[in-house]
Design a protein around this ligand. Structure first.
Ligand code: NAD
Length: 516
């Protein structure tokens, strides 16, 4: 064991201890209001900084999923027995459960996900904001009265599905957990959520803090941790799960949607992206250079909305690339727990190897490495075995290359050029994805003309990456379907019941049949 890994393990022991979790056998699942250990195969978490083992835990497996769903069914009925305003008050109180735990949660997330601790603090704040926002919706989901052309009073109620199954990825575990739990609960559901097997713990701790602080019925939130093909599959195929919400890759998304379709259960899919960041020569270039870095190098590119394709108008390519490469090379890549670190390692070795293979293949196909492509220099000794990659920019990229079509999910930017508006739009829309995109220009008319033609669920003009729980988020094409956040995100967690009440003096006459 090396020095950095020992430090990480010591820190983990301290953090787990604060939540009463045994580091030798952490009860990684939060089910029916308590931490319980899994019963399946042993899963080993590795430290992203050194790739040495950090923690072992056991896959939850079918029996724990079953228990979680049963608990959720009972809790959902208790939850719906409360008035809507009481549910709102309790969700507000749940959000306050994070008070005083911000630093610990951020440190735990940073340690396991490998993300800079400053970014993880932001994620904790976002989760609080999500619960506050959706708490306000609890007593504002009124039904509707429809002016039907008959003697009926027709009204429509919004009804929760019951127990929803949610599955999240490793790149933003806390954020995605809060993002999906808050609207599910506000709509009146109970949830069973499976985080990625690579980042299990913060979701379980978060559920505990929310449930206790909000006096939520035990079992309203359940976190089951384990592998996709065991625990995940037990969740998606369970007959009591009435809706599936999945955040992850397109390949797994297809499996989830198929599992839902077999039981006629609807799904929401929040999948990957290959977002275009389009810069015209009349853009404010200092801002656009900062924006291009934020778009791809934040979270080391492990972000669904990463602006991984930079489309530059031909006449600014050389200057823009030179300035961007210099800025990228000065980004502080380092240990995730240090305040100065802007970019940490990739979360896992498999992802790191995949990113490096894609870079090598692109170079073999004729792309040129402008900067990066290798681990950064000057890392502390033990970190040389970790998943660190310097900010990487590739030029001379053609749109048909794999590096320009596939989601790399790492700090790798490809640069392509365009002559005019038409070519910019064709390039931007030239992948199967449609998650996000951006346009930089000081000509507002032009910027909006382009923005309105992008096949993407989120578009920024003269900016990148702003998102908020109030505004709907989701994809087109291979980036998925359905929406999260805002009122649209809440609506995904309810269905409707249309009630018809006859008001005619003689109901039998209105139906056209006599009574004998
Ligand atoms: P992944 O698809 O490999 O895994 C996601 C989750 O699915 C994990 O919890 C995994 O255990 C589970 N899973 C795998 N097989 C399963 C099965 N057969 N049944 C049930 N569950 C199964 O994705 P990942 O590598 O963890 O995350 C990266 C991907 O997530 C990227 O494509 C990224 O763009 C995407 N993502 C999308 C958004 C969004 O909002 N659109 C947000 C974050 C990440």
């Amino acid at each position: 064991m090396n020095a950095l890994n020992q430090q990480a393990r010591d820190r983990l022991v301290q953090l787990l201890d604060a939540y009463g979790l045994d580091p030798q056998q952490p009860g990684a699942n939060w089910v029916q209001g308590q931490f319980i250990a899994g019963e399946g195969e042993v899963i080993t978490l590795h430290d992203p900084v050194t790739n040495q083992p950090l923690l072992h835990y056991r896959d939850a497996g079918e029996a724990i999923v079953e228990r979680a769903i049963e608990a959720a069914q009972t809790a959902q009925q208790e939850w719906m027995a409360l008035s809507a305003s009481e549910r709102g008050r309790r969700m507000q109180a749940a959000s306050r459960g994070l008070d005083g735990h911000e630093e610990q949660l951020a440190r735990l997330e940073s340690l396991i996900a490998g993300k800079p601790v400053r970014d993880c603090r932001g994620e904790v704040d976002k989760v609080r904001e999500m619960f506050e926002y959706y708490a306000g919706w609890c007593d504002k989901q009124h039904g509707e009265v429809i002016d039907v052309p008959s003697s009926h009073l027709n009204y429509v109620q919004r009804v929760p599905y019951g127990v929803v199954g949610q599955i999240t990825p490793w790149n933003a575990p806390l954020f995605t957990c809060g993002w999906q739990l808050a609207p599910a609960l506000a709509a009146g559901n109970a949830a069973v959520l499976k985080p990625s097997e690579l980042t299990p713990l913060t979701s379980a701790v978060l559920a505990m803090l929310l449930e206790r602080s909000g006096r939520l019925p035990a079992g309203l939130i359940n976190i089951v941790n384990g592998l996709g093909h065991t625990t995940g599959s037990a969740l998606t195929t369970h007959p009591q799960i009435a809706k599936l919400v999945f955040v992850g890759s397109p390949d797994t998304g297809r499996l989830i949607a198929e599992a839902g379709a077999r039981r006629l259960v609807p799904s929401v899919l929040e999948l990957g992206g290959k977002s275009a960041n389009i810069v015209f020569h009349d853009a404010a270039l200092d801002d656009a250079i900062a924006g291009a870095q934020a778009a791809i190098f934040a979270a080391a590119g492990q972000s669904c909305v990463a602006g991984s394709r930079l489309l530059l108008q031909q006449d600014i390519e050389e200057t823009f690339c030179q300035r961007l490469a210099a800025a990228a090379a000065s980004i502080e890549v380092g240990l995730p727990g240090e305040e100065s670190t802007r970019m940490g390692p990739l979360q896992n070795a498999a992802q790191y190897q995949c990113v490096r293979r894609l870079i090598d293949a692109a170079v073999a196909e004729g792309a040129e490495l402008l900067t990066g492509g290798t681990p950064p220099k000057g890392l502390p000794g033990d970190a040389a075995e970790g998943n660190f990659l310097a900010p990487t920019i590739l030029t001379k990229v053609r749109p048909e290359m794999a590096i320009a079509q596939e989601e790399v999910f790492g700090p790798v930017l490809v640069v392509m050029t365009f002559a005019d508006e038409q070519e910019a739009i064709e390039l931007a829309n030239g992948t199967p994805f449609g998650l996000a995109g951006a346009v930089w220009s000081q000509d507002t008319g032009k910027a909006l003309r382009i923005a309105h033609q992008l096949r993407a669920g989120t578009v920024w003009v003269n900016g990148y990456k702003s998102i908020n729980v109030m505004s709907p988020f989701g994809g087109f094409g291979d980036s998925g379907y359905g929406r999260s956040s805002g009122l649209d995100g809440l609506r995904e967690y309810t269905t409707t019941r249309s009630v018809w009440v006859e008001t005619a003096a003689k109901a039998s006459a209105a139906m056209g049949y006599g009574n004998g």
